[in-house]
Design a protein around this ligand. Structure first.
Ligand code: FMN
Length: 159
């Protein structure tokens, strides 16, 4: 049986809620990617051209530091990666996470919550951060899906 990890970042709890529900369905371990410096409401203001998230997302090289302790990813065959869509992409702390470990040979299944945008090119931008990993097509969730809805998605994945 595959060993499954769900690693997620969530600034305001929507993605966290999906990650927790998913963990129960696919029998996965959960790892929260917590920023070393947490995002304040001001940091998350996308209307502010100088806010932390606006500046980070405009800088492809930004790699916000992770504050949660290290995890041994070696036992896992399948890794779900959850995040909110920010400026149509994954928050760069997801790149930080992927670049911190060796995911080669593992299957990565991205999922995201958003205000409306789908995955767009967000997965494409993560692929260079996990060389040798096999990325599945990502899934955008609305944030209110129940167990049944998530199970239909995960049952349909060919791993
Ligand atoms: C800085 C920032 C940028 C965002 N950019 C987008 C976007 O481009 N498209 C979209 O549909 N939603 C966007 N959103 C909305 C979030 O993706 C959405 O609220 C998400 O469910 C939040 O998840 P979380 O509670 O796990 O952080 C943005 C939110 C923030 C804070």
């Amino acid at each position: 049986m595959n060993r499954i990890l769900i690693a997620y970042f969530s600034a305001s709890g929507v993605t966290a809620n999906m990650a927790q529900t998913l963990a129960g369905i696919v029998q996965a371990d959960l790892y929260e990617i917590v920023p070393a410096v947490k995002y304040t409401p001001q940091d998350l203001d996308w209307n502010d051209t100088e806010s932390r998230t606006t500046l980070e997302m405009a800088d492809p090289a930004s790699r916000p530091e992770i504050g949660s302790g290290p995890i041994d990813v070696s036992p896992y065959d399948v890794v779900y990666i959850g995040f909110p869509i920010w400026w149509r992409f994954a928050p760069h702390i997801i790149n930080t996470f992927l670049e911190s470990y060796d995911f080669s040979g593992k299957t990565i299944i991205p999922f995201a919550t958003s205000g409306g945008n789908d995955m767009g090119d967000s997965v494409k931008a993560l692929i260079p951060s996990a060389p040798g990993a096999v990325f599945k097509e990502g899934k955008r969730l609305g944030g209110t899906e129940d167990k049944e809805a998530l199970k239909i998605w995960t049952d349909g994945l060919i791993l």
